[in-house]
Design a protein around this ligand. Sequence first.
Ligand code: GAF
Length: 380
Amino acid sequence: MLDLDALRARYRQITEAEPEGLWFAPGRVNLIGEHTDYNDGFVLPFALERKAVIAGGRRTDDTLVLVSLELDDEVRVPLADLAPGTQGWSSYLAGVAWALREAGHDVGGATLVMTSDVPLGAGLSSSAAIECATVAALADLYDLDIAKMDRARLARVAENDYVGAPTGLLDQAASTLCEADAGLFLDCRTLETQQVPLPMAEQGYEILVLDTKTPHSHVDGEYGARRASCEAAASILGIPALRDVTDLDDALGRLDDETLRRRVRHVVTENQRVLDAFEVARSDDLAALAPLLDASHVSMRDDYEITVPTVDLAVEAARAAGALGARMTGGGFGGCIIALTRAGEADGIGRAVADAFTEAGYGAPEWFSATPAPGAGRLA
Ligand code: GAF
């Protein structure tokens, strides 16, 4: 549970004033469409109730005072010293101020005190939640008129150019643009979006999110290596991005390297699965999502090679315990799985996975049932 009284108290301690406002942005799960975003493809995430919240106010000393409640840490950065490549938790906030200023927005100093219950490194977009909450705070504080998609893009600039993680737009778009009880269908090339109602409870389903507690990071080499493979394959195929593959067999036949072939097969089939999921979600039985989730996991495991043993076991154990379908969600190399279950069964399936982890000698996972929640905004 987020302690908003403690958040306000910490703000008062620093500034001797009340915050000018509280802003939030959520973490997300990606229902389907993994590693498709930077290939100009399609994604279908939804936002979580778990979120980052920032208590903020303007300052007149051209300085950012950035505080993490959880880490009990305070960082002071003069605006003139904002510099890409800075590491650490505060770079997700400082990077947004930098990105806004680079884009020509008149952002001055601010005190931003942050708290978050999005688990770190779990593949639930803890960093995008902080970035998008920071955009929301600074945009309001400095009266900036920035459309939602542009907010997401600026948050991505912070992630890519300031923090140095070569990610796509999925996480920031989800955290900014999602709406309650809906998934967000996003075409990452045209940036067209569509809200896709996900009446899970009405149809008698639940989405279990289970954190394997195997931590991952996007600043390490594997994520960038996958991205580089996709760009190399697109260049060999003479197309702008793997989104443009129209005949998979033909494309595979033109690639000599077996690893590249597998990477391409994942991206192209995953894009199709997002389109299929989009259709299913508009029909009247969400159970038809299940085989798409399963196929997505197999593709990430065997072709894109971004799963790890804990994640694979979690998916298998969830399926064995009655989940209708399950897959890893997020960037990979650890983190979370999601499983589509019948209503009332998610918790028991979480417990069955925990038992399987104990038997395999893995640490205890954590899990919760997820309801699609709204994207970033002002809390108070
Ligand atoms: C991470 C990245 F941040 C996203 O841009 C996306 O590529 C995802 O991994 C994989 O789908 O969350």
